[in-house]
Design a protein around this ligand. Structure first.
Ligand code: NAG
Ligand code: NAG
Ligand code: NAG
Ligand code: NAG
Ligand code: NAG
Length: 821
């Protein structure tokens, strides 16, 4: 049953006026309009004091700052954002602001950054750090393109709050547009009973109120956006639509009755009425879904394996009587709360608001997933689950004795992000290599490693898809050999951390360098993935797929050993690495072509076809010759069977690369990989992550953002500056069209990976021999597979400095014949 959205809005809207706000009055309450000598109101409720006024300048603790006004303020921007205070560099800048704190306890600190351009200062280019009472809470190195509001929660037990805002480089400058400092209600963050959600055990996270928290998401589930005007603590709550992993699983629920607040439950300060008056519940009317399923939300948090406070808000607005609703809560697939019964938790009053705090670590992709689903206690006919609101706050200074030390995980994050899932990889019976190595002299066996064996240009015809004449036979490697080759799993050899476990750099007895992927003991999902990976890896091998050397399953260990890829993930050659120079445009095209070939082989090369499911720039690795190989088949599943057009499985994959159609319909096709590959193409072009939650909303998702610029015909504006002057316009045009087609909303509109490959070859041809300036009209547009392509010619760089021209039909027949084994 779909209710008209305007009816929903009308109901919500009319209910707003029935609510009487008993306004909260904070003990400490400082609101500054920085760089201004006049007061400014914001969302009509509060007045911000100009910090250049006599009264306001009392809070400034440095005299080395500048007031700046926007010479051309946009007509719709609030007056608060028309001025800013600039802090220039220097050797040891003093704190910027000081506030006297009269009430002990948790305080809200909100910093507003509204960039503008004024003579002498382009605020978008400011790079700076912020410290609160000496704790570093923010290090802004990215360009600030639109208003950013950062909110921190800090327990203060000294009578003073010092905010230091200083440039990252002595030559630079820092700025701030507005500051809010006010005391939180008593018990806003409580220490008792917060559950630490971990894979295997229930632990209590104590001392939450001593942590410095940074708000990452604040979501009004099932409702409308709420502004500071609608909220007792002047918070902003966003809608949940963009985070719902499967929209069809959820439907909106709402009530027009104000919530029944109960002593001991939530208060209006914990979340405003509007949050508790709307929710998402299970959409059991959807015929496609079975009666038992979860509603899941995925929240990108921008940092991996970092603790977050996850505050979930509930209010049973869907039941007609008590004890009808029992549900389970999962965070990152781990059980967080079982058989939640809001009626008993809430003193047997229906529709009374409640919140539950959890602490959980973000996953290796920087995501937190929240799911609610029916519990076994539910009456099957009425099974339901609901959620009204979510807040996610990063724990900035984890003081913890459990779950490993903070320092260690920090190291892993660094390793993980620099090298990514470097080692992971895939395929083929290197076993063969190892077997041979035992029989032959060492020099020969080294000569047989896949790196040497397949050395040559990415276009070399003879080695493509070569299959061992002995067929596949994966080799077991003894645990003892792996142990000694990794110095007993020396932490200093860790080159990556993935969903499956840790990856170590190591060597075998014959000195072959390998990447050793060790399954986490007791990992719940590990075994099926392990078996899936071995099965798949052993079926296929290809020059552009990473090779499996062997495996070990002794002593309840699950270990996969792969060929070692010297240059690591593609991503680290695009951005975010201080050691790698960015690849040239031509190198990038060659890498994309290589990866497309690997993927094409997966889709068409084995009898059934294999869908990778997790194509991303950290799963494309480069060998010492910068030859691209597709890695990590841990999530792979075999492709469609003859009588099916899709494979239905639980949604997996990486945020930002995931096919939106896969979300919607939970149907997986090889076109899902094509979508992800399109995102990689944009990443290669723009050199930024697929999802960057720190950017403003329109820019967070790379594919959406790039396609918007592409449609405006201005994609050249966002090309990686490192390659902008190398790209010929005709090659950019064709490349962008290809990437855009890959990211089409519907799978049927996307090209096959074979078409993508052919188009990328064409892009390379245009780059090598196309005209220098005006975009050429190119023939052979992306269409469904099977379109005639004869006539187009492709120039190929043979890698030895020579070029040749072959027809695209030849390219294809070459691919086809190489698919066989
Ligand atoms: C600005 O606001 C402060 C308090 O926030 C008030 O004391 C002062 O009178 C106001 N100044 C003007 C010019 O309105
Ligand atoms: C605030 O806390 C400090 C130390 O915990 C204490 O010395 C001080 O008296 C407290 N102040 C108030 C106003 O409660
Ligand atoms: C809580 O954290 C504070 C500050 O980090 C520390 O001083 C205190 O001892 C901790 N208390 C407990 C019970 O761990
Ligand atoms: C929230 O406040 C805005 C004004 O900023 C108002 O227009 C809107 O109706 C309010 N929304 C709700 C759901 O109360
Ligand atoms: C809900 O999700 C959890 C965690 O992923 C899973 O274990 C559970 O089986 C799911 N429940 C249903 C009913 O699908």
């Amino acid at each position: 049953m779909a209710f008209p959205i305007n009816l929903i809005i009308t109901l919500l809207f009319s209910s707003l006026f029935q609510i009487s706000f008993a306004a909260f009055t904070p003990t400490d309450n400082y609101l500054l309009n920085c760089g201004a000598n006049t007061n400014a109101s914001f969302f009509s409720t509060r007045s911000f004091l100009g910090d250049s006024s006599r009264q306001g300048s009392a809070f400034l603790s440095t005299d080395r700052s500048i007031s700046l006004s926007d010479p051309n303020p946009p007509p719709d921007s609030p007056a608060l954002y028309h001025t800013a205070r600039i802090f220039p560099g220097g050797s040891s800048p003093p704190p910027a602001y000081k506030f006297t704190v009269t009430s002990n306890g948790t305080h809200f600190i909100r910093l507003h950054f509204a960039p503008f351009k004024a003579p002498g200062f382009d605020l978008t280019s400011a790079k700076f750090r912020v410290l609160l009472n000496g704790f570093s809470v923010m290090n802004c190195l990215a360009t600030i393109n639109s208003v950013v509001v950062k909110e921190f929660l800090l327990k203060i037990d000294v009578p003073l709050l010092e905010i230091s805002i200083s440039p990252s480089k002595p030559s630079g400058f820092a700025f701030v547009s507005a500051i809010e400092v006010f005391s939180a209600p008593n018990d806003y963050i409580i220490d008792k009973g917060t559950k630490l959600v971990t894979p295997n055990s229930a632990q209590i996270f104590s001392n939450l109120s001593s942590q410095i928290l940074e708000t990452v998401h604040r979501i009004n589930v099932g409702g409308l956006k709420l502004t500071p005007f609608n909220d007792t603590l002047w918070r902003t709550w966003l809608v949940d639509d963009n985070y719902l992993l499967l929209k069809a699983a959820a439907k909106r629920a709402w009530t027009t009755n104000p919530p029944n607040y109960q002593t001991g439950g939530a208060t209006r300060e914990i979340a405003p009425d509007n949050v508790y008056m709307t929710a998402q519940e299970m959409d059991r009317d959807d015929q496609e879904l079975q009666a038992r399923f979860n509603i899941s939300w995925g929240f990108p948090v921008g940092s991996r394996r970092v603790l977050h406070l996850v505050r979930l808000h509930f209010c049973d607005i869907v039941s007609s009587s008590l004890n009808q609703l029992y549900f389970n809560v999962f965070i990152n697939d781990y059980l967080a709360a079982r058989d939640v019964d809001l009626s008993t938790l809430n003193f047997h009053v229906l529709a009374s608001p409640l919140y539950i705090d959890f602490v959980a670590e973000s996953d290796h992709d920087g995501m937190l997933r929240v799911s609610v689903g029916p519990s076994d206690l539910s009456n099957p006919a009425r099974a339901n689950a609901l959620l009204n609101g979510v807040e996610i706050m990063r724990v900035l200074n984890p003081v913890r004795s459990k779950v490993g030390s903070g320092k260690k995980s920090f190291l892993w994050i660094i390793l993980g992000s620099v090298l990514g899932s470097l080692a992971l990889l895939v395929l083929c019976g290197l076993c063969f290599c190892r077997r041979k190595s035992k029989k032959t002299k060492r020099s020969e066996s080294i000569g047989w490693t896949p790196l040497r064996r397949f050395r040559g240009s990415s276009n070399s015809r003879t080695t493509e898809g070569t299959v061992s004449s002995s067929g596949y036979q994966t080799l077991r490697i003894s645990f003892a050999e792996i142990q000694s080759g990794t110095n007993n799993f020396d932490r200093s050899l860790v080159i990556g951390v993935g969903g499956f476990g840790m990856v170590f750099k190591g060597s075998l007895k014959d000195n072959t360098k390998v990447a050793v992927k060790r399954g986490m003991p007791g990992s719940r999902q590990g075994l099926p993935e392990f078996l899936s990976e071995i099965t798949i890896l052993s079926k296929i091998r290809h020059r552009h797929l990473v090779s499996l050397v062997g495996y070990c399953e002794e002593q309840s260990e699950m270990i996969l050993v792969y060929e070692y890829m010297d240059k690591g993930p593609l991503k680290s050659h695009l951005y975010g690495s201080t050691t790698n120079a960015p690849l040239s445009w031509k190198q990038r095209l060659e890498v994309c072509i290589g990866a497309a070939r690997g993927l094409h082989y997966l889709h068409t090369g084995s009898s059934q076809g294999i869908i990778h499911r997790d194509i991303k720039s950290t799963n494309i690795l480069l060998d010492d010759n910068y030859v691209a190989k597709v890695a990590d088949f841990g999530l792979s599943r075999s492709g469609p069977c003859l009588d099916e057009t899709h494979v239905s499985t639980g949604v997996k994959g990486s945020f930002g690369y995931l096919d939106p159609e896969y979300f919607r319909r939970q149907q997986l096709t090889d076109k899902s990989d094509v979508y992800s590959f399109g995102v990689v193409l944009f990443e290669v072009l723009c050199a930024r992550p697929a999802v960057d939650p720190l950017l403003v909303r329109e820019q967070v998702n790379l594919a959406e953002w790039a396609i918007e610029w592409q449609r405006k015909g201005m994609l050249d504006q966002i090309v990686d500056p490192n390659i902008a002057d190398q790209i010929k316009p005709c090659s950019l045009k064709k490349f962008a069209e290809t990437a855009e087609k890959c990211c089409a909303d519907y799978g049927v509109d996307r090209p096959t990976i074979g078409d993508v490959l052919w188009n990328l070859e064409h892009v390379l041809q245009l780059q090598v021999s196309g005209p220098l300036d005006k975009p050429e009209e190119v023939s052979g547009d992306l269409t469904g597979s099977g379109t005639a392509r004869s006539g187009s010619n492709t120039v190929r760089d043979n890698g030895d400095g020579t070029s040749g021209i072959i027809s695209s039909t030849q390219v294809f027949s070459q691919l086809m014949t190489n698919n066989g084994r």
